[in-house]
Design a protein around this ligand. Sequence first.
Ligand code: ZN
Length: 133
Amino acid sequence: MGWVDFEVRTRRRAELVDITERVAEAVARSGIAEGTCHVFVPHTTAGVTINEGADPDVAADIESHMTELVPKEAAYEHAEGNSDSHIKTVLVGPSCTAPVREGKLALGTWQAIFLCEWDGPRTRRVEVAVARS
Ligand code: ZN
C-alpha cells in the first residue's frame, strides 16, 4: 500500500476537472497489479466523482445543473457565504474508488475521474492510495 498526492488548479467557481490521467500515473507508479485505487480530496467545498468523460457536455451539464439544484443565494446560516458549495460537496462526496487490473486503472469505457470544484478558483489537493487485493 502506497499513496501519492498532486495539486489541481481550478479556474472557475464550479468546474469538473478530469484527473484520470494523473490518477492512472499514480496507479502505474504504485507497481500494484491487482487491487483498489482510492481517490480522496481533503476539502469541504470540492469533491471527487466518476462519470462520463467521453462527451465534455456531460461535465458541463453537471456543473450548470448542480448550480440550479443548489442556488448560491438562499436562506443559509453559514457566514462564509459558500453554503451552496458545501452542499454540492456533500452530494458528490470526498472520495471514490476504482478497480486496478493488470497494473492499470480499470474504468468503464466512458468513465473518467473528476475533481468537482464548487468554490473555485482554488488550488486543490488530491490523494491517491492504491491497495493490493
Ligand atoms: Zn464555508
